[in-house]
Design a binder for this molecule. Structure first.
Ligand SMILES: NC(=O)c1ccc[n+]([C@@H]2O[C@H](COP(=O)([O-])OP(=O)(O)OC[C@H]3O[C@@H](n4cnc5c(N)ncnc54)[C@H](O)[C@@H]3O)[C@@H](O)[C@H]2O)c1
Length: 355
């Protein structure tokens, strides 16, 4: 007996897929997270429209099946026609520069807070059903206790964190008033392939790998004992898929990231060096103003609401990144953003372009 599906069965499956197919819009689709979200949605058979102005990210991150538009999200008029018929928005675009925001507050606020308002307004105009907003752990700032839980009052302590929290308030307000579903995801430091690694202003693990692969020592701000938690990108994308569809998460703020593997920046450097068989002798620089000492989040709510779990350890995630950067080739660092404020607190790595 043949086990090959009949033509009518194939037609039936195609119909089921077509019935479940939705239209998604991803902001920041050339970026690290946005490009992985796009891949996951395309894999599920959905239509994906994506925008990016390429201030960050890489054009070749964009899946060829994405209907891509190179526009600046601040331009609401350009956005309105693109959002026609969109079911769900994943808002991944941002200039996610926490340290730099102390010295370039205008650039960072415009591309965090300003673009969120523009996108929300265009989304409401088009009656989009759900807005999945990517916030950041920077919203918490320095709290009296760690790990951070979603019920803590946000205490952001730099322009990036402030803009992220203000953007959340806009999401809640505009969505509640105009009847659009929303969910606020709070990812932690994410690692994985496709992250920008020639950017001197952010992505500590990528910067370390790019430098060490060039035989150069990494820079560490302060004593390196500040603690962080890293998530592998696939362990963020899967929960984000659930936030786009689950009825149980509407109106919620949910931390997305592991709460079991906290490491110091010194340990991160040692781990990368060990994986690369590199003789480590980090260059310690003055601490960056406003840097949060210990930033770790609880994943309890995510476990409860969406069955969150991690599948990839820090070391496995770093191996993936190393493989990816080796394949693409190391790159010189590009000082592509304006330092609006240049004073005695501005890190020398940026002022003097040391990387
Ligand atoms: N990567 C992390 O560690 C991390 C951690 C917590 C939160 N987040 C959040 O997740 C989201 C994605 O971060 P990412 O690491 O993928 O960043 P990314 O820089 O790789 O991607 C962001 C993309 O947004 C685009 N963009 C920025 N401003 C824009 C504008 N005005 N118009 C159009 N496009 C614009 C950039 O060009 C870039 O491609 C951000 O909101 C970030 O704040 C990231």
């Amino acid at each position: 007996m043949s086990i090959a599906p009949t033509l009518s069965q194939i037609g039936h499956y195609v119909m089921i897929i077509a019935m479940n197919q939705k239209t998604f819009f991803i902001s920041g689709v050339a970026g690290f997270l946005g490009s992985h979200v796009a891949d996951a949605l395309i894999e599920k058979g959905h239509r994906v429209i994506g925008v990016d102005n390429l201030i960050g990210g890489y054009l070749d991150n964009v899946n060829p099946k994405v209907e891509f538009h190179q526009i600046d999200l601040i331009d609401r008029a350009e956005l309105v026609p693109l959002l026609k018929g969109v079911d769900v928005i994943y808002h991944c675009a941002a200039t996610a520069y926490e340290g730099l925001s102390v010295f370039s507050p205008h650039l960072v606020s415009q591309n965090v807070y300003g673009i969120t308002t523009s996108l929300l307004s265009a989304a409401v105009t088009n009656k989009v059903k759900r807005f999945v907003h990517c916030s950041s752990m920077a919203r918490y700032g320095t709290q009296e206790v760690v790990p951070f839980t979603e019920d803590m009052t946000p205490l952001p302590q730099d322009p990036y964190g402030i803009a992220k929290y203000a953007a959340e308030l806009q999401v809640k307000n505009i969505c509640s008033v105009h009847g659009m579903e929303y969910v606020i995801a709070v990812p932690h430091n994410i690692i994985g392939a496709r992250q920008k690694y020639d950017d001197p202003y952010r992505n500590v693990a990528s910067i370390m790998i790019n430098l060490m692969l060039q035989g150069r020592q990494p820079f560490i701000y302060g004593d390196g004992e500040q603690k962080r938690c890293f998530s592998f990108v696939e362990d963020v994308v899967l929960p984000l898929m659930k936030l786009g569809e689950s009825p149980d998460v509407v109106g919620e703020i949910i931390n997305i990231g592991p709460d079991e593997e906290f490491v110091t920046i010194n340990t991160l450097a040692q781990t990368v060096a060990r994986l690369l068989d590199f003789k480590l002798d980090p260059i310690y620089m003055a601490g960056r103003p406003q840097e949060v000492r210990h930033a770790t989040c609880s994943a309890d709510k995510a476990r409860r609401l969406i069955g969150y779990k991690t599948t990839t350890t820090l070391e496995e995630g770093l191996q993936e990144m190393i493989k990816h950067i080796r394949e693409r080739g190391t790159k010189p660092f590009l000082y592509h953003l304006d330092l609006e404020i240049d004073n005695e607190m501005t890190p020398r790595t940026w002022k003097e372009k040391l990387m």
